[in-house]
Design a binder for this molecule. Structure first.
Ligand code: FAD
Length: 536
């Protein structure tokens, strides 16, 4: 099999035309191509507004040695393919002393649960929130009435924190063992669509993601796993340095052989309980900032040289800068054609995030512009000091917005006034917030710590030099973006277990992932570990 890179095509083309182009490039006839698989497709906008797709293809043909000889010295264009074949480990022999229990049904817990179920381990999955269908109703009610259900919201419930998201599926995690491919193939099989396996920046949107989550749950159950909603794990039982059981909802005891802790970055009560139980953990760096909204047409113009890119879809961006005070500033979780969502999970505290539907057809783009904070920024060296820091920002945001999302135009933020934000009103043609959940104009200047606020403004100005209009005065800021990753790391060793044996910290909340795909990959890693040691 040959890997053929840099196959350039106009954005409107058929598969037949792609096959023909590949054959021309290899100097063979179309009939000589026995198999062709798209491995990667990225957008090449270097000659905007002329936009191309650049493909990597795997091609099976009878003339491979001759072709390779012809491309000697140009191996970056044509080479023999070496794909990382993923293999799930052979099941271990050890007897399990109780069922394998997985806490949390975000991507980490779902993937751990699915792969264990697939190999005969019949895991029990516990989720504090509700099934995705009921959860959706609670989230929509919160967005329309402001009435928050602390156990069923944008952070908690089946599918985890990314369920109401843009569903971006790219990850920076290296894929030496083929786990990324397996995660994407699995999502595709459960309804995400095949293109996620080859798009350079795959995304599926919240509408599709919800169906994928539901399909995965049904399959886990069909394979013999158990799924229990509204089951909050409130305590652990540790005997002889091993976890032997848990308490659910403060009253029911459940024995377990292995306990996978995939609770996500917002399970603050669970982190506190783990701390009390002396589970080793430490504070870690994360980032805080504000969501920023721009017209999507402006981003399209900047990235593709046209306001409406048609079938190419809404353009995205990624920008980074170093502020004058030394802090890193970067865009995060960019949602083309999306909405800013009230993603709070605690009463009296406001946190925002971003979401898009599969069509990415909203009029605004949004992304978080965030500034790195490290344990040195926190009040103390306590393992939960980062969590306290997050909470204090969210409390300020709640007060500023009187329970709604506080918003301000960037020009006013920079000048520390509020007049233009309010004065612009709802007039036609004026950029308006696209929010899920109510917003109110407010003065955000006191929201972030001063050094973060200075770094934020430096970042915005720098991004304005990279993307024309990024620092426009009417860009809308909304706060606070505080849940960018976990504020703690729950320590684990090379067996992926805590010092407390049988306890497997997993996914983003434990500090081993950042995003849907990497959390799912970590869930798969933990499943492999358990399966490699124990018998089904
Ligand atoms: C609005 C939003 C948009 C996002 N957009 C994207 C995106 O486009 N792309 C991307 O890659 N990432 C995105 N993310 C981040 C992504 O959602 C997370 O990285 C990912 O969900 C982490 O997966 P996880 O399984 O580790 O944890 P989570 O998804 O947080 O899942 C943890 C689960 O554990 C449950 N739980 C917690 N404590 C307990 C307990 N004690 N007992 C029982 N259950 C418990 C929670 O209810 C939750 O369902 C977004 C996040 C948000 C909030």
């Amino acid at each position: 099999m040959l890997r053929v890179n840099q196959v350039k095509m106009r954005t409107e083309h058929t598969e037949e035309q792609l096959r023909k182009r590949a054959a021309e490039l290899l100097h063979i006839s179309v009939q000589d191509i026995q198999e062709m698989k798209i491995v990667r497709r990225s957008v090449d906008a270097r000659r905007k507004p002329e936009i191309f797709y650049s493909y990597s293809l795997d091609i099976k043909t009878g003339n491979e040695d001759r072709i390779l000889h012809r491309f000697q010295g140009r191996e970056n264009q044509v080479s023999r393919v070496h794909t990382a074949e993923y293999t799930f480990p052979r099941c271990g022999q050890k007897r399990r002393e109780g069922p394998t229990v997985i806490v949390g049904m975000g991507p980490a817990g779902l993937f751990c649960g699915y792969f264990l179920a697939l190999h005969g381990y019949c895991p029990i999955l516990l989720e504090r929130g509700k099934c995705v269908e009921e959860r959706q109703r609670d989230v929509e009610e919160f967005w329309s009435t402001g009435c928050l259900n602390e156990e069923s919201n944008v952070q908690f419930g089946e599918g985890g924190a990314g369920t109401f998201s843009d569903g971006k599926l790219n990850t920076l995690v290296k894929d030496r063992d083929g786990r990324n491919g397996v995660v994407l193939e699995t999502l595709a099989r459960f309804g995400a669509g095949e293109s996620i396996c080859y798009e350079a920046k795959p995304h599926i949107g919240t509408d599709v993601l919800r169906n994928v989550v539901r399909n995965m749950r049904n399959e886990i159950v069909r394979l013999g796993g158990q799924v229990r909603f509204q089951s909050l794990v409130t305590d652990f039982e540790i005997r002889g340095g091993r976890v032997t059981g848990i308490t659910i909802n403060g009253k029911e005891r459940l024995a377990c052989g292995q306990l996978v802790l995939a609770v996500g970055h917002s399970a603050r009560d669970t982190f506190a309980m783990l701390y009390e139980r002396r589970i080793p953990m430490e504070a870690k760096a994360f980032a805080v900032g504000l969501r920023v909204e721009h017209p999507q047409s402006m981003i399209n113009e900047s990235q593709y040289g046209m306001a409406d890119p048609g079938s190419l879809g809404a353009a995205s961006y990624k920008v980074t800068a170093k502020a004058r005070n030394g802090r890193g500033v970067y865009s995060f979780c960019m949602c083309p054609g999306g909405y800013v969502v009230n993603a709070s999970s605690e009463k009296g505290r406001t946190a925002v995030n971003g979401m898009s539907y599969s069509g990415r057809d909203g009029v605004n783009s949004n992304s978080a512009v965030i500034v790195t904070v490290t344990p040195e920024d926190f009040e103390s060296g306590h393992p939960l000091a980062g969590l306290k820091f997050q909470r204090s920002l969210e409390e300020k945001a709640f007060r500023l917005g009187q329970g709604k999302i506080p918003a301000q135009r960037y020009g006013d933020y920079r000048e520390k006034v509020l007049q233009n934000s309010e004065a612009a009103g709802e007039a036609d043609g004026v950029l308006q917030p696209q929010c899920k959940g109510e917003y109110v104009w407010a003065d955000l200047s006191s929201l972030l710590p001063q050094s973060c606020s200075e770094a934020f403004v430096d970042g915005m100005e720098s991004f304005g030099r990279q993307i024309r209009g990024f620092n426009r005065p009417d860009a809308i800021l909304l706060g606070v973006e505080s849940r960018t990753s976990s504020p703690v790391r729950i320590c684990r060793d090379e067996t992926l277990q805590s010092e407390i044996r049988g306890l497997y910290p997993c996914g983003e909340g434990a500090g081993y992932a950042g995003g849907i795909t990497s959390a799912a990959m970590d869930g798969l890693r933990v499943a492999e570990r358990i399966a490699g040691e124990y018998a089904p």
